[in-house]
Design a protein around this ligand. Sequence first.
Ligand SMILES: [Ca+2]
Length: 495
Amino acid sequence: MNLLIKFLLIIIVFLNILGCSQNKTKVPGKPNVLLIIVDDQGYADFEPFENHSPEISTPNMNRLAEAGTVFTQAYTTAPVCSPSRAGLMTGKNQFRWDDKAGWGPGLPENVKTIAEYMKDAGYTTARIGKADFGINYHKFDVREYPLNHGYDYFLGFSAHAHDYWLTSEETAKRTPDPNGTSAHLGPLMENNGYKSYPDEEYLTDIFTNEAIKYLKKDKDAPFFLTLAYNSVHHIIHEVPKKYLDKYQVDPIHNYEPDSMETFGRQKPGTYSAYYEKYTRLGAIQDEDMRKFYLANLDCLDDNIGCVLDALKEQGLDKETMIIFVSDNGGSPLTGAKNTPLSAGKYSLWEGGIRVPMAISWPGKVEAGKVETSYVSATDILPTISNAAGINLTDETVDGIDLLHPNQDRVLVWRWGNTWAVRKGNWKLTNTNEQWGKGRPSKMYIKPISNDLSIKLFNLEEDPGERNNLAEQWPERVDELKEAYENWVNENSGKY
Ligand SMILES: [Ca+2]
């Protein structure tokens, strides 16, 4: 063997030793980041909050809270999934570009996402679960598809929701309308193709298993993993039997094309008929709906526990920042509870936009702390950026670091023809008094637009927004109205 080859072999062996001896912190000081997004979880359905519903038990969410800080006044930028996720992923109020402030803001080419910032900073990035900007569903070649806005890997679905059981190609082929409803049915999207699972495998478990597989992979860089469960969104009754047994509720059969009867205006045999029957206050009501929800939430919590265990087993727990957030308030159509807040998903009442949120990062974020200052989901991007050493220069980012809340900041919301503004303990809104404050009704989904009068609330004294103080505090009304109008005039169309 000549000297040159010997020399090259020595170099190769040396490089290998270097590679093997690296632990999983690839860049000193840069944490891994796990962003867990859950769907439609109610404010009262999060055990770390003191006044949670006595019916729930979320021991693994409690673990997150004990290891870090929970926020009792965390807001999303919208009361439904797609616009809220657009705000969360970009750190910006999505109505900067979505002038309608509606269900489908999409993602403009020039608005940078957290994943893109992280990728630029040298992170390896992955998204598992739901991807939802409200438009361009089921398509690969669009800005809204995760591979086209900063993620190296994606496994999941691009839609509002997905059937929790039916992920096989066989069932999709027999279904006349697999994309016909808010929920999708059939194989998941994985990078540039599809991945089919047996219909016996449960979607929440699939996402957990794939996330754990990802955590176990040896990577060349710190990771940014977005784990976006669609639990506890419709179709709420689809839960493994052991959880249904625990809450003493009978299972409902899965969708079956050959035997599905017509429902409402939906044709027989369609998935739309099944969806409508079980999600719009049709076949499931009141107490049963709550039981299905509790079973679904319990399963979600167990799954989060598995991910936390895996992080620990891999020795990653000490060097991983975890952020946990629900994308909007609990839905009145799934059995979620938001007490003491009013209303829920679909409205700008506190129940629609104030959500469970927690952050942990050992040694950096205070453990066991309850933060009562108000914060926003737009703060997630700056918080993660700061942790990763990214210098944010975009002045149209609305968020600030979660670890340094500001109680004088102005938060604004626009949702259809309704709006709201918060500064200090005061909130001003034109949201309809009838919208969602009463018994669950199908009308929750569409705003009732005949009462858009101004209401003022002191959230410190009246978090349920029952006592309209607009007449007593006219100067406060003017101040907040001006703050809202100033924000809109200065920022609409700038992004
Ligand atoms: Ca949602």
